[in-house]
Structures are given as C-alpha cells and as structure tokens.
Write a protein that binds this ligand. Structure first.
Ligand SMILES: NC(=O)c1ccc[n+]([C@@H]2O[C@H](COP(=O)([O-])OP(=O)(O)OC[C@H]3O[C@@H](n4cnc5c(N)ncnc54)[C@H](OP(=O)(O)O)[C@@H]3O)[C@@H](O)[C@H]2O)c1
Length: 368
C-alpha cells in the first residue's frame, strides 16, 4: 500500500497498479532481466502498454513506445522500475523516452543494479522530463523480491512447496494423491513461473514424477529438472531419464561410478560433481550459486522431508507454499511425516491464505 501522505493522485495509482499487474503476469518468464510493466497515457487515455519480452528483451518501455500508433509527445509514462540508461544488449530506455517526447515519467522504485540506480532520474530531468518516483513503492518492492535476491546474493529466488495430509504425512505407501485437482493447478502454475525445479533422486525413484507444467498451452514453459543424486541412483526407467532433451536436466552428484556417469552424459544430462560436507551432504548454498551461474533465477523446490527441513532451517527458502489436505493417510508400512511446521512458524511470516469451500485443501503462503 502506498503511504497516506504521498502526493500521487488516485488515477496515478490505478495506472501504476495496471503496470504492476503487467509486470506480475510475466514475472518468472523474463530470464536474467526483471519483469517490468509499462503504460503510456495521453489525455487520460491509455494509448500503449508494454511488458518485458520473454527471456528479458525487448524492455517494457521500448515495447510500449514501439507499440504505440499515436504520437507520444506530451504523454505520461508509468513504469514499475527505473528505466535503464546504458547500452547492453538493447539501447538505453532513457534514450527512447527522450526521443519520444514523453513529458512525464512515473516509476515505482530505483533499480538495484549499480549501472542504473538513480542515474536515469538525472538523465531524464536534465532533458526537462518531469520524473516522479515512489508511486506504489511497496507493491513494487514485493514484485521485485526475486530480482533483489538474484542481484544481491547471486542466487535464485527459492520457492518451495509441500503437500501434507490431515495427520501430517507427506507420503504414505498406500495413497498416492494428497491434494485435490485445484491444488494441482496451482502447483503447475508454480512450475510455469519457475525456471528450475529441484527434487531428490529418492523422490524421483519412488514417485516417478513428470516435473513438467501441464497447464494447457503452457507446457513449453516447463522448468529445467534438477536432481540431487549423491550416488547416481537415478533409475533409467523413470520418466525424467527417458525425457531428457535440450539441456533440460541437471544432476548434482558425488559419484565415481564411471559407467553410470558415461551413460548419463551420453543421454544428455548435465552432470555436476560436488564435494560433500563432513556430514556427507551437499552444501545447498553451493548448489544455489551454481544454479544461478547456469541462468536459473527462480527455483521451485518440491522436496520431501529432508530437503525441505534442511533448506528451511538454513533460511534458503524465500517463499513457501504449504498445501494442507483434509485427507487422513494410512500409517501402514512406509510413510513420511512432515516435521518442519515449527521452523516455518518461527522463521517465516504468513503472506496469504487460499481456501475455498469447494476445493477443500487449505494453502498457506509463507514468506521470509
Ligand atoms: N507431499 C509432498 O509434497 C512431497 C514432496 C516431495 C516428496 N515427497 C515424498 O517424500 C518421500 C521422500 O522423502 P525424503 O524425506 O526422503 O525426501 P527428500 O527430502 O526430498 O530427499 C531425501 C533424499 O535427498 C538426499 N538429500 C537431502 N539433502 C541432501 C543434501 N544436502 N545433500 C545430498 N543429498 C541430500 C537424501 O540423502 P541422504 O540419504 O544422504 O540424507 C535423500 O536421499 C517420497 O516418498 C516422496 O513421495 C512428498
């Protein structure tokens, strides 16, 4: 929410809200660049809109400028993030804004990138363009949560999810399904919005999951599959093994099984050998840094009990989706209990809750 004392009109706020929604819609799909939304308004009419292109280019401002059929002279621009001012893979947005004769620019927050931060304000005001910052700042801070983590820590923004039964089980040998189909849709939406999805080979071999996004029309946005597999236990009859293609699979391991290494490499899997800690584990921070270097900016972790607990304890999860079903699962033979509720309550805040009378699972979103 914006501060009560700010001097922005309610119209300014609603235009920026639309720009933020444009950016949100593309969040997670703009590769290494932040998702930006942009609106151009003239005589109180929206005359053009722009979003950052898929994979980060073109920028939202140049899309909005180039998409317009109208003369932009005298128009106002509402953009969620400070426009860029340097030559990268695209020319500076400040240059296109100046050239278009736009007379006023509103943006929510400064870019955290040192090449840009605060500089566009000076460049634009020098050219007699009125610049106003801070419009819906808090909404924009929330929008750019992942971008800030990416830039500051050189690590992906981590979202984790887990499904828990009424009696706190995350697995029971007898029953495969915990949550309902509506929850499944949200899970697939999370896969759509993340560029990597991490699980253990233990879960892979037990559940044989597909790990893809199965929302109709969005299949091509399925995330890269990332498997933690210390001893290269992945079974060759699993769906993931059989569906390796185009660099879509990474396995972290610590194995010297040369024949398996050879077979997995030949299949096209990106095998990354990592040292183990004294407790014979991978260091999750090292994994996150490595994934960042491979271009992963938003990571979804669909961990079981061990991965989830370890990452929550070490505060490596930025956002957590807890799916709670009303089903009670049988505690016969093999079952796994979720034991991280206390860590969640201690280290995280509830951001929002989703529940519906029809689809009876309860979903709580926690954030750090
Ligand atoms: N309900 C759900 O949402 C959900 C989600 C995922 C999985 N599951 C279920 O959970 C069950 C598996 O539970 P789980 O607790 O074993 O799963 P998990 O936590 O996902 O994975 C455990 C496996 O990952 C390895 N691992 C964990 N942290 C590691 C680290 N830092 N370095 C290297 N290896 C590491 C473990 O190795 P070590 O043996 O060396 O510890 C173990 O083999 C499956 O049956 C699956 O169906 C449920």
């Amino acid at each position: 929410m914006s501060s009560k004392k700010d001097s922005f009109s309610s119209k300014d706020k609603s235009y920026m809200k639309l720009a933020i929604n444009l950016a949100r819609a593309r969040k997670g799909l703009t590769g290494e660049n932040p998702s930006v939304g942009c609106l151009i308004v003239k005589d109180d009419k929206i005359i053009s809109i722009g979003q950052t292109g898929y994979n980060g280019r073109p920028h939202a401002e140049s899309n909005a400028i180039n998409n317009s059929f109208q003369d932009l002279a005298g128009a106002k621009m509402y953009v969620t993030l400070e426009p860029c001012n340097h030559y990268g893979k695209t020319p500076p947005c400040t240059k296109s804004i100046i050239k278009s004769d736009i007379k006023e620019v509103f943006y929510s927050i400064n870019d955290i990138d040192n090449k840009v931060k605060g500089k566009s304000f000076k460049i634009l005001t020098k050219k007699n363009i009125k610049v106003r910052r801070g419009l819906l700042k808090n909404e924009a801070i929330d929008l750019y949560d992942s971008y800030v983590i990416n830039r500051k820590y050189k690590m992906p923004f981590v979202t984790a999810k887990i499904a828990v039964s009424k009696n706190k089980l995350i697995y029971s040998e007898k029953v495969k399904r915990i949550t309902n189909q509506t929850s499944d849709k949200l899970s697939h939406y999370l896969r759509f919005k993340n560029d990597g999805l991490m699980i253990s080979s233990n879960t892979l071999n037990i559940d044989n999951p597909k790990l893809n996004c199965r929302l109709s029309g969005y299949e091509k946005y399925s995330p890269k599959r990332i498997i933690l597999d210390k001893n290269l236990d992945i079974r060759m009859n699993t769906y993931i093994y059989k569906s390796v293609k185009n660099d879509n699979t990474i396995i972290f391991h610590n194995s010297s099984n040369h024949s398996k290494i050879k077979a997995l490499k030949k299949r096209g899997i990106n095998l990354i050998k990592l040292k183990l800690t004294t407790k014979k584990k991978f260091n999750f921070r090292t994994i996150l840094k490595k994934l960042f270097s491979l271009g992963i900016r938003n990571l979804l972790v669909e961990g079981g009990e061990k991965i989830t607990k370890n990452m929550l304890k070490n505060r490596l999860i930025n956002q957590f989706y807890l799916f709670e079903s009303l089903k009670t699962l049988p505690k016969t033979k093999k079952y796994v209990i979720f034991t991280s509720s206390n860590i969640l309550i201690r280290n995280y805040k509830v951001k929002s809750k989703i529940s519906s009378k029809l689809a009876k699972d309860k979903i709580t979103i926690y954030k750090r």
